[in-house]
Design a protein. Structure first.
Lengths: 279, 170, 579
């Protein structure tokens, strides 16, 4: 962390937390992610009004209203597009997309890929619980192929979506995985993700206690990466494709070119443009 | 892992963050219980938050103000989270006071263990003395909680069962 | 604002050709030359399905007064060749007064063309071009037309030089080719000469397409961010806008699809920047979910929808008014929003600018309906005057006090906080919410917010611009969009024939204006509805929302053939007994 340590941070948890109480089930991993987000923002001393949290649909996407930042709770899967519009229009804001595995990888899969590819400076935080919670336990793109559910008895038979590898191949500039049971570890990943230019993708394994109670044991399964992050996509790609999906840490820190824009609304002089049309 | 907290400043910073995070988590849990229509548990967690807030104030008194904060991941906890916080993933909307108090008791015991460990490994006598005091206090709390706990029945078998299905939202 | 030109004053010229013959270029150069010389005019096009080298038809109408639509008949058809000409027969009505100038090397005309009774005059465009350096048959045709119509050759030369100078054509060569073409026409009687134009100052008139006009209207309205996905016939609007936005300090981005486009627009507008997207029917269908969000979260946003033949891929290169229903009713839930329709090429500018103003003022998405006919029509017109500024987006003054994003106000408009402003933090939410913005599923909050969102649109004073009303009488023609041109022309002719006709052309389709319509329909005994839709979408819309007199007749047919003035006129002059 290249930040001079303050005596006392100007901001704390309370500065980011709104009075709206989450509707998540007690025990949900998302509470840990929320904590991580607030700790990261406080560490970075980002004024809440300079932060915009953009989301789509699903349990994870309820986060914006639980914060004291500017929030946008939009339609299913499209948050990366909303965030792109906002960041291009208002580059000085810190833009964070909060999403889930269904929102980001299924209905929003195309936007996920293209947000990675555009590499606009923002952070995508996906709370991955391998299930649809808001609609009562359907398989998500990251559910194991044999996970039994009402809608897909015996399992879907589909291979899970390798989100980090897809992000790498698509052009994301920072790729990491965390676990909600380690809020400080996730806070650290978020700080790095927010600070790193371009599109940062942080997957946080976040157990669903209602539809996937067995995920409580993820705390025994996750293990920190034993190697340093790399800026070599080939190395990162090999690691990600041979990983068991439970390694936490930073996999890729790239220096791919970012897409940015500025929008100035002050010029109302259309004369030159109109003269071009004159006969 | 042994604690490597070598100065009183660092110790107070840890003690402060430990208590502050305990308040934060108890408040969160109180909110969760309110949302899930468990007023009794909400009150319990609020009460715990208030108690831990007194500890925050006490540390600030000792430190002569708010101690300096470290990066969240730079605190020397033995677990992913600070010892006096109920870990993420604990708690259930059907839990009873016995279970809630058991979670609280575990916090006090972890806190005691943390402070004891700091005391044991401290070279600085001031740190050792302070840590021992904190450890003793946490032990007292733990004993008190055991008394409280005895007043509540243990949960019935299959306490988590809910005859209604979960609700579809979006 | 749409002054109809009378049929007798206007001249219609069609130019067809294939495989690089340059029919469209010939038409646009002819229009530009005529515009330069003081005439008004309109050019639309029809093309085959090929990307390059297909058959193409340019339809030009020139007159001394503004031209907004095509007439009933073509006075002149120039055939650079006859390849696949059959495709266009239905689009170029000819009769025994029409003249056909065909390249002698261009093959035989289809029998259906000859059956019209038009007079066929073969001309040696190709042979002459072969004799001249750097000449092409279409330049000779243009020279011939210039001479035939009485457009000063200097203006034609200038137009050609301007357009083709970058393509290696010298002034001398161009002049020689045009002169040689002109020479061909000197032997013809001067029956096709254009009625003389009125003198005009330079710089007062434009050569512009409807899509360009819409883009300019958006810029005048303050749009500085656009996110788009390519789709015919809207793409040229986006392309034209991209460079102009850049010059003004704005930004246009091509998104991965229409859904992303609309969501990017909401993101940018949430950030305080007036924003728009541009699409056509299938793209609008993809955007509708997000438009519902814009309604619920009250985010200003503009969609210009350039209609084409539908449903599905339909006829992407040709016009139809069949996206009316999706624009009006395509949103899920009870989602009051703005729907506006341009009536002509120049009105694309006015209506789009107004849509931006209304959307910003009312914090509501606005759909502007244009169509392929207007969007891709090139016109010589007077520079449209800018609209007076509308009330800007109401920005919240935030600070220490509690801020309620969706506060219930007298006019339903609640001041909007913009990210960055301390104390204004809120979550724009597609979930139903209370006044503060907190998600709420309570019946009371739902009703309050539904009422608020409807009220702000219904209570607003839209003034006279909701419709263009022309004339008086007991007969009214109700229409919208690009068919307005044919209706206005037909009404003018009907008046000449002794039938008093009132034209009501709707610009604001949603919210509806029942009181205004009742007033406009006072004393009307007979209504004729004119629209270009197979299922009579506009007629059903009028029936659903307005009280019409007992006698209602309908001209409703699909694209791509335009509704022509004569068709409307004949209908008006028919006495149909509906008893």
């Amino acid at each position: 962390m290249n930040k001079a340590e303050p005596l006392v941070s100007r901001y704390s948890h309370e500065d980011y937390k709104s009075t709206v109480k989450p509707i998540w089930c007690p025990g949900c991993g998302h509470f840990g992610v929320e904590t991580s987000l607030f700790r990261a923002l406080a560490y970075l001393e980002l004024p809440p009004e300079q932060v915009a949290i953009i989301s789509g649909i699903g349990c994870s996407s309820r986060i914006p209203a639980y914060t004291q930042c500017y929030g946008f709770h939009g339609v299913h899967g499209r948050a990366p597009a909303v965030a792109t519009g906002l960041k291009l229009a208002r580059p000085e804001l810190t833009v964070i997309v909060t999403s889930g595995d269904g929102d980001a990888f299924s209905i929003g899969g195309n936007h996920f890929i293209h947000a990675c590819r555009r590499n606009v400076d923002m952070t995508l935080l996906v709370m991955d619980n391998e299930v649809y919670g808001m609609t009562k336990g359907q398989p998500s793109p990251t559910s194991p192929a044999d996970w039994d559910s009402k809608i897909a008895p015996g399992g879907t038979g589909f291979s899970p979506f390798a989100s980090l590898a897809v992000a790498l191949a698509s052009g994301a500039n920072f790729i990491a995985r965390g676990f909600s049971g380690d809020p400080n570890g996730v806070a650290r990943l978020l700080v790095e993700a927010i600070q790193h230019p371009g599109f940062s993708f942080v997957q946080v394994l976040s157990p669903c206690v209602t539809y996937r109670p067995e995920e409580r044991f993820w705390k025994k399964t996750v293990h920190p990466s034993s190697v340093e992050s790399t800026n070599d996509p080939a190395v990162a790609g090999h690691r990600l494709l041979s990983d068991d999906g439970f390694t936490t840490g930073v996999f890729y820190v790239g220096n791919r070119p970012c897409y940015s824009a500025t929008v100035d609304t002050s010029n109302h002089d259309l004369r030159a443009i109109e003269e071009d049309l004159a006969l | 892992m042994n604690q490597t907290i070598s100065t009183l400043d660092a110790f107070l910073a840890h003690a402060h963050e430990l208590e502050r995070e305990a308040v934060e988590r108890y408040e969160d849990l109180a909110g969760q219980m309110e949302v899930h229509n468990k007023p009794e548990l909400a009150e319990l967690f609020r009460k715990m938050a208030a108690i831990e807030q007194q500890h925050v104030d006490k540390v600030e008194g000792l430190a002569g103000g708010e101690p300096r904060t470290l990066a969240p991941w730079d605190y020397q906890w033995q677990d992913p989270e600070s010892p006096e916080s109920i870990p993420v993933g604990q708690g259930h909307y059907r839990m009873n006071p016995y279970q809630a108090l058991s979670l609280v008791l575990a916090c006090e015991e972890r806190a005691e263990a943390f402070f004891a460990n700091v005391a044991e490994n401290a070279d600085d006598p001031a740190v050792r003395e302070s840590a021992l005091q904190f450890a003793a206090e946490e032990r007292e709390h733990a004993e008190l909680l055991k008394v409280w706990l005895a007043r509540y029945p243990e949960p019935k078998a299959e306490w988590w069962q809910d005859l209604d299905d979960p609700v579809s939202q979006e | 604002m749409n002054v109809p030109c009378s049929q007798t004053q206007a001249t219609s010229i069609a130019i067809m050709g294939s495989g690089g013959a340059g029919a469209i270029t010939t038409g646009s150069l002819l229009l530009e030359a005529a515009g330069q010389a003081g005439w008004y005019g309109l050019l639309t096009r029809s093309v085959g399905p090929q990307i390059r080298g297909g058959e193409a038809l340019a339809m030009v109408r020139l007159a001394p007064t503004p031209v907004t639509g095509h007439g009933d008949r073509y006075d002149v058809l120039v055939a650079l060749d006859w390849h696949n000409a059959g495709r266009f027969i239905a689009e170029i009505p000819l009769n025994d007064k029409s003249l056909i100038f065909a390249d002698a090397e261009g093959g035989d005309p289809p029998s259906a063309i000859l059956a019209t009774g038009a007079h066929l005059i073969p001309l040696p465009f190709t042979d002459l071009a072969d004799e001249l350096p750097n000449a092409r048959p279409n330049l000779l045709a243009l020279g011939m037309l210039s001479e035939l119509l009485g457009i000063p050759m200097d203006d034609t030369v200038q137009a050609v030089v301007r357009a083709l100078s970058g393509k290696g054509l010298s002034v001398t060569h161009a002049t020689d080719a045009l002169a040689a073409g002109g020479q061909l026409a000197t032997t013809f009687p001067d029956t096709q000469r254009l009625a003389p134009p009125s003198p005009r100052d330079t710089g007062t008139h434009w050569l512009v397409t409807g899509n360009q006009a819409a883009a300019l209207g958006a810029l005048r309205g303050g749009i500085r961010f656009a996110a788009v996905y390519p789709i015919t016939p809207a793409t040229d609007l986006s392309e034209w806008l991209a460079l102009r936005l850049q010059k003004l300090g704005g930004h246009l981005i091509q998104a991965e699809d229409e859904i992303a486009s609309m969501n990017m627009v909401l993101g940018a507008s949430f950030g305080g920047i007036p924003s728009m997207t541009i699409t056509s029917g299938p793209g609008l269908a993809l955007m509708t979910e997000t438009l519902g969000l814009a309604v619920a979260a009250e985010i200003p946003s503009v969609v210009v929808n350039v209609m084409r033949g539908g449903p599905s891929t339909g006829i992407p290169t040709k016009s139809e008014q069949s996206d009316l229903n999706i624009a009006l009713y395509g949103l899920h839930g009870d989602a009051p929003h703005l729907v506006l329709a341009a009536q002509s090429v120049t009105d694309c500018l006015v209506t789009t600018q107004w849509a931006v103003q209304l959307s910003e003022t009312l914090q509501c998405p606005a759909i502007v309906l244009s169509d392929q006919f207007m969007g891709q029509a090139l016109t010589v017109c007077e520079r449209p005057a800018p609209l007076p500024d509308g009330p800007p987006r109401r920005i919240a003054e935030v600070g220490a006090a509690r801020y309620d994003r969706y506060a219930l106000t007298e006019d339903g408009i609640s001041p909007m906080a913009i990210p960055g402003a301390l104390g204004g933090q809120y979550t724009a939410d597609g979930l139903e919410h209370n006044a503060h913005g907190t998600p709420s599923s309570s019946a009371a909050d739902h009703l309050l917010q539904l009422d608020k969102r409807r009220l702000k649109l219904e209570q607003y004073d839209y003034g006279k611009a909701w419709a263009e009303i022309d004339g008086e009488g007991e007969t009214a023609v109700l229409t919208w969009g690009s068919t307005t041109a044919a209706v206005l022309e037909a009404a003018a002719q009907a008046r000449t024939a002794g039938l008093a006709v009132k034209v009501i052309a709707l610009r604001l389709l949603s919210p509806t204006r029942p009181e205004h319509m009742t007033l406009a329909l006072q004393g009307i005994q007979r209504v004729l509805v004119v629209e270009q839709s197979h299922s009579a979408q506009f007629h059903h819309f009028l029936r659903a929302h307005y009280t019409l007199p007992d006698r209602v007749e309908v001209i409703s047919r699909p694209g791509p053939l335009p509704i022509r003035p004569g068709e409307v006129l004949n209908h008006l002059l028919q006495e149909i007994d509906h008893e």
